[in-house]
Write a protein that binds this ligand. Structure first.
Ligand code: ZN
Length: 258
């Protein structure tokens, strides 16, 4: 089974993140997360997003989405800002603790972005950040240049594709997947209950939020051009069927998928 990676576009909705001359961190983060996700999917990963639209969820809710989806990796996309606008530059990877997979991803991504022209600010430990502390899988928060630095923004805008490519390549390098071909031999089947599939991300988000509010371990995957809202990830069919029954009782249309 392909490894599952959750991409989290930082901020969203009523939380714009850092703002500089009308430019909002939440928009840059979403655009980049979606572009990188597309590439990672082609690279053989099972890609999931915490948001595909301009909506707000708390960092804690985002961490829980990744935990509920039984994800293998978590990457959060952000842009940096300095106390004095224009005084900071470059890319930085934040991790809960140095070492292991998170540092490997951070180093690979930083090196790729250095090639695009960004200064490399290396890796910083930030154990207090909720998306790093509450996620159960290796997690990295990428600060992709300073939004309050016109030079970094120029790099961001003029080399956007190259930048997304570099980040995807860095992640794949770190995970040792760059040579991955089509099908991996599947280890264990995972059963999931699908509650909806939409072309429009905002409809999927509505259903996701409703399910989360009702306490279901729901998440969204983007597959075959559809945003699929699914619940749970079960190794055995019995608990999956039980979850499906509970959802049907609650009035949802469901089917079991693998
Ligand atoms: Zn941010």
């Amino acid at each position: 089974m392909a490894a599952r990676i959750v991409l989290d576009a930082g901020h969203g909705g009523r939380d714009p993140g850092a703002v500089y001359e009308g430019r909002q961190e939440k928009d840059d983060a979403l655009r980049l997360a979606l572009a990188v996700g597309e590439l990672l999917q082609k690279g053989g990963l099972d890609v999931m997003y915490t948001r595909t639209e301009d909506v707000y969820d708390t960092p804690y809710e985002k961490a829980m989405m990744a935990n509920n989806a039984d994800a293998d990796y978590f990457i959060s996309f952000h842009r940096n800002a300095a106390a004095t606008p224009g005084s900071g530059r470059g890319v930085e990877a934040l991790v809960f603790a140095e070492g292991g997979v998170p540092s490997a991803i951070g180093n690979e991504v930083n090196e790729q972005l250095e090639k695009v022209g960004f200064a490399n600010r290396e890796i910083t430990e930030r154990p207090g950040l909720v998306v790093l502390r509450r996620t159960k899988m290796p997690a990295v928060l990428l600060e992709v240049g300073f939004i309050d630095n016109p030079e970094d923004n120029k790099l961001y805008d003029e080399n956007f594709d190259e930048m997304a490519q570099g980040i995807a390549q860095g992640i794949l390098n770190a995970l040792g997947l760059q040579a991955q071909t089509t099908e991996q031999p599947s280890s264990q089947p995972v059963y999931k209950v699908q509650v909806g599939a939409y072309r429009m991300g905002n409809l999927a988000n509505q259903l996701l939020n409703q399910l989360l509010a009702e306490g279901y371990p729901a998440y969204i995957i983007h597959q075959d051009g559809l945003y699929k809202v699914q619940v749970g990830a079960f190794e055995d069919v019995d608990p999956a069927a039980e979850m499906e029954r509970a959802l049907r009782h609650a009035g949802y249309n469901t089917f079991l998928t693998r």
